[in-house]
Design a protein around this ligand. Structure first.
Ligand code: IMP
Ligand code: MG
Length: 185
């Protein structure tokens, strides 16, 4: 597949604007600040999708945190989960006896976060909570709910603000619905 030079041509409509994203992130950031004050949590970003959300959200957490990252993959290049989670880069931090907050771009089938939560609890974390930018409950295959969610969205494949289709569109500053013909081809 080749990509046009105008990414906007592939977007059916904008679901969440840059301003809506930032203002909601600021709000949830206040809640996280209160929740984690004095707890020095390890805030885990799931690469690559969480990068813009991670940067925006951690800047709104006004209490000390430690930052760490993991690379996991459950998707191929398509739009549905393979149901099989691979750790491609593990944490540097020992989370035993620590509070862990996972920041993720989207909770869809739940397979990725269910697997990660169990794994980190198994390593002796004091608590493992999930904060997701987007929650897509219609995609759920495993019963799991985020502890904090910025936006609940309907079904359909979205891109932007870290979310990709075939490793593209992550750099859009908003969340948009991808035209189905882009991934149908
Ligand atoms: P889950 O394990 O099915 O919950 O999937 C989580 C991962 O699937 C996310 O981190 C995304 O990389 C990817 N994903 C799920 N839905 C979408 C979407 O609508 N757009 C882009 N990526 C998605
Ligand atoms: Mg992806």
């Amino acid at each position: 597949m080749s990509y046009t030079t105008d990414m906007m041509q592939d977007i059916e409509r904008v679901l969440l604007t840059e301003e809506e994203l930032q203002s909601r992130i600021r709000e949830v950031g206040k809640t996280l600040t209160e929740e984690y004050r004095g707890k020095d949590p390890v805030v885990v970003g799931i690469l690559k999708g969480a990068i813009p959300f991670y940067a925006a959200m951690t800047a709104q957490i006004a209490t000390p945190i430690e930052e760490d990252f993991m690379v996991v993959s459950s998707y191929g290049s398509g739009t549905t989960t393979s149901g099989n989670v691979k750790i491609r880069k593990d944490l540097d931090t020992d989370v035993s006896g620590r509070h862990v907050l996972i920041l993720e771009d989207i909770l869809d089938s739940g397979v990725t976060l269910h697997t990660l939560t169990r794994m980190l609890k198994g390593r002796g974390a004091l608590s493992v909570k999930i904060c997701t930018l987007l929650d897509k409950p219609s995609g759920r295959r495993i019963e799991i709910a985020p502890d904090y969610s910025c936006f609940t969205i309907p079904g359909g494949f979205v891109v932007g603000f870290g979310l990709d289709y075939d490793e593209h569109y992550r750099n859009l500053p908003f969340i948009g619905i991808l035209k189905p013909e882009v991934y149908a081809t």
